[in-house]
Design a protein around this ligand. Structure first.
Ligand SMILES: NC(=O)c1ccc[n+]([C@@H]2O[C@H](COP(=O)([O-])OP(=O)(O)OC[C@H]3O[C@@H](n4cnc5c(N)ncnc54)[C@H](O)[C@@H]3O)[C@@H](O)[C@H]2O)c1
Length: 316
């Protein structure tokens, strides 16, 4: 298949692009390589893909300019480009609005113009907010606690309307705290590792009592590939799936595991936060049944993989 991936220089985009190129798909990646976190890391990911695969094309492009790809034809379009994270300053809110609202709108508009009938996009576990004390099911009430989460919920609503209006198959995937090698430096597991390793103070939100259903990148990639297999050959309309790990861990316990892996104690600065969900926990029944999604990497194995990548990356 010829596949368009937006956000291909990002953490998930990098791993997904590699997996699809390995399967001999043709991938056309776009990314604006913005400076939300290290552009050096994004460029290093891109360099590695370009070096290892011939079936890859890339254009540095913002979603606002996606219509310029008018001469390329695609069988499937995957939108990963977004402003992630829930902690941007209020005055930085335009980043969520530009990339996640207007950007996603432009992405769908492009798909309509190019008659692309198969679309997959990234949503987030953050749409649930603190909905219940049980594992989160796709059909339960959603109550986003941050502007980021609200933009992801908007993406879901827009995608469903688009799917119904233009007879297009769309799968939305609610990712739960994805971690692993080449990961995102703004996320807790990365910040903990980086700061402990460098002997710097770490910020611990809400006394480390928040819990996250941490999901290894290799499981997420398998979930996306299974979604591609399903959407490729079926008329689905609009579907939404959780991609998580069904095994939440408190951030304080995550921190202790990382200290153990690095054989070093953290210096902790405690801060409270209101934009975070108190806990996330994916119910996987629907994804298991419909896309055969079965995460297999436990946190200890996954952290081992991440920490050894991190040490080799910072040592370059
Ligand atoms: N990593 C997670 O734990 C997680 C959890 C839930 C949802 N998600 C979602 O998954 C997707 C990928 O996340 P990630 O962790 O790889 O993030 P990332 O920031 O590493 O990747 C996103 C990429 O998109 C690019 N981008 C952003 N805005 C753009 C725009 N307007 N035009 C073109 N490119 C743009 C960025 O430069 C970046 O390389 C995002 O939509 C994110 O919201 C991620």
């Amino acid at each position: 298949m010829k596949i368009l991936i937006s956000g291909c220089c990002g953490f998930i985009g990098y791993h997904l692009t590699k997996a699809l190129l390995e399967q001999k798909h043709e991938v056309y990646g776009i990314d604006n390589i913005n400076n939300y976190y290290s552009t050096k890391l994004k460029e290093a990911r891109l360099k590695k893909i370009k070096k290892e695969y011939k079936n890859f094309a890339f254009e540095q492009l913002d979603l606002s300019k996606i219509s310029s790809l008018e001469n390329v034809q695609f069988d499937l379009a995957i939108n990963l480009a977004a402003q992630p994270g829930v902690r941007l300053d209020w005055k930085e809110n335009f980043r969520y609005l530009d990339s996640n609202i207007t950007g996603f709108h432009n992405f769908l508009d492009f798909c309509k113009f190019k008659n692309i009938k198969k679309i997959i996009f990234a949503s987030s576990s953050s749409v649930y907010g603190d909905g219940s004390n049980k594992s989160f099911k796709e059909n339960q009430k959603l109550s986003p606690r941050s502007l980021y989460a609200a933009t992801k919920l908007y993406n879901e609503n827009l995608a469903e309307v688009f799917s119904n209006s233009f007879d297009t198959d769309i799968i939305g995937l609610r990712f739960f705290t994805v971690y692993g090698s080449w990961g995102r430096p703004d996320m807790a597991y990365y910040l903990f590792t980086d700061n402990i390793f460098k002997g710097k103070e770490i910020t611990l939100f809400n006394k480390g009592k928040m819990a996250r259903d941490m999901t290894h990148i290799s499981d997420i990639v398998k979930g996306i590939v299974s979604s591609i297999n399903l959407i490729e050959t079926n008329n689905l309309g609009y579907r939404i799936y959780n991609l998580g790990n069904n095994d939440p861990i408190k951030t304080i316990d995550l921190l202790r595991k990382i200290e153990f892996k690095l054989s070093k104690k953290a210096t902790i600065n405690e801060v409270s936060s209101k934009t975070e969900s108190f806990y996330t926990h994916a119910n996987l029944e629907k994804a298991e049944k419909e896309i055969n999604y079965h995460p297999s990497v436990n946190l200890d194995e996954g952290l081992e993989e991440f920490v050894s990548w991190y040490i080799s990356y910072v040592s370059i």
